[in-house]
Design a protein around this ligand. Structure first.
Ligand code: 5GP
Ligand code: ZN
Length: 115
């Protein structure tokens, strides 16, 4: 179920271009437009859910089950030394796009730009 006014739903539909990292029937992963570090990727469910508070277990299950696969794809491409996962929920937690997303932020050691 997609949401008319949601930019991430538009990305899933191909109405807004994105740099795809991974896709299957449940999730879409693409490079963040404003990369904190090289290879910064967002993983989103194809079902529109606003945030973790409104996420049905089945959607969470399919989304989180794919994080290792996407993390390994990033590892292979970018050869980072490590990787942070991050998920912001609600304005107070600095969520700015209200379609659930997991940030995968590759880390390259001191001075890699992540603060
Ligand atoms: P949040 O702040 O909600 O946790 O993260 C939203 C992320 O979406 C931000 O890191 C922002 O750079 C990214 N973003 C916002 N609009 C677009 C877009 O149109 N395309 C892509 N690839 N990333 C976007
Ligand atoms: Zn959406």
């Amino acid at each position: 179920m997609n949401h008319e006014d949601c930019i991430f739903c538009k990305i899933i539909n191909g109405d807004i271009p994105s740099a795809k990292v991974y896709e299957d029937e449940h999730v879409y992963a693409f490079l963040d437009i404003s990369q904190v570090t090289k290879g910064h990727t967002l993983v989103i469910p194809k079902t529109h859910v606003k945030d973790i508070f409104e996420t049905p277990p089945e959607v969470a299950k399919e989304l989180y089950a794919r994080i290792p696969k996407v993390a390994n794809a990033i590892k292979e491409t970018y050869q980072p030394l490590g990787l942070n996962t991050l998920n912001n929920n609600g304005e107070a937690a600095e969520q700015s796009v209200f379609h659930l997303h997991i940030h995968l932020i590759p880390r390259y050691g001191e001075g890699d730009g992540y603060t």
